[in-house]
Write a protein that binds this ligand. Structure first.
Ligand code: CTP
Ligand code: CA
Length: 217
């Protein structure tokens, strides 16, 4: 990438990005999670850097390489991500919450590996904190908060509901199928109800499209 030729729309901005799928362990090697690859979040961090921002990427485990120039903080669970995001929130000008946070975690954790037995094991779940909702509650007015919405149906309507209930400035709505693809397609929805369609393209291009649409001056 020819970093230097990018317009510096985000010069002097501190951007906090989250990425990846959190893991909620119930024994030393077993966890529940979801199918997010982290590609979109890493692309957003990388492109934010190329646009001139100071970037912190808070990432759940992924198979991806750390992007150049970005400060990476590794986390595993939603609880851990919650702590790191809230700790870094006051400093941030822009928050982009792309991580696929597990909505539930196991009620208990076994320090020993669960062994095979005749009875089928049961993993009871309890809710995780909603990180973005907490961000929306603690935010300062001049911070820009961007969420994502992964939907299987009523995409725009559901995404608008999340934009409102989590007190966001923008939400990027997409179908669930983006999790398993190298390309992204979706919609940028702002708090005034404006919708911009994001055509299907590779995730770095999509990250550029989104950041340019929101921050071009
Ligand atoms: N999110 C979060 N913490 C959670 C769950 C979600 O911060 N515990 C964030 C996601 O990172 C995303 C936004 O909230 O930016 C919407 O996530 P999504 O899973 O689409 O919506 P939920 O509010 O979790 O509702 P549901 O899964 O029931 O549709
Ligand atoms: Ca969810």
């Amino acid at each position: 990438v020819m970093y230097s030729i990018f317009p510096k729309y985000l010069k002097n901005k501190k951007v906090l990005v989250t990425a990846g799928a959190t893991r909620e362990f119930f024994d030393p090697i077993r966890y529940i999670s979801n199918a997010s690859s982290g590609q979109m979040g890493y692309s957003l961090a990388k492109i934010a850097y190329t646009l001139g921002a100071d970037v912190i990427l808070v990432t759940a485990p992924t198979c991806l390489k750390k992007p150049y120039g970005v400060k990476v903080i590794d986390v595993v669970s939603a609880e851990e991500m919650y702590r790191v995001v809230i700790e870094n929130l006051p400093e941030a000008d822009i928050v982009i919450m792309n991580a696929a946070v597990a909505d539930f975690k196991p009620e208990s954790y076994s320090t020993q590996k669960l062994k095979k037995s005749k009875e089928n094991p049961v993993v009871n779940l309890k809710p995780n904190p909603d990180i973005l909702k907490a961000v929306g509650e603690k935010r300062k007015k001049d911070q820009i908060i961007i969420g994502f919405a992964a939907e299987s149906e009523n995409i725009i309507e559901n995404a608008r509901g999340k934009l409102k209930s989590k007190n966001l400035d923008y939400i990027i709505a997409n179908k669930l199928d983006v999790f398993s693809k190298d390309t992204h397609r979706g919609w940028i929805i702002d708090k005034n109800g404006n919708i911009t369609e994001i055509p299907e393209m590779d995730k770095e291009s999509s990250a550029f499209f989104i950041l340019e649409k929101i921050f071009k001056r």
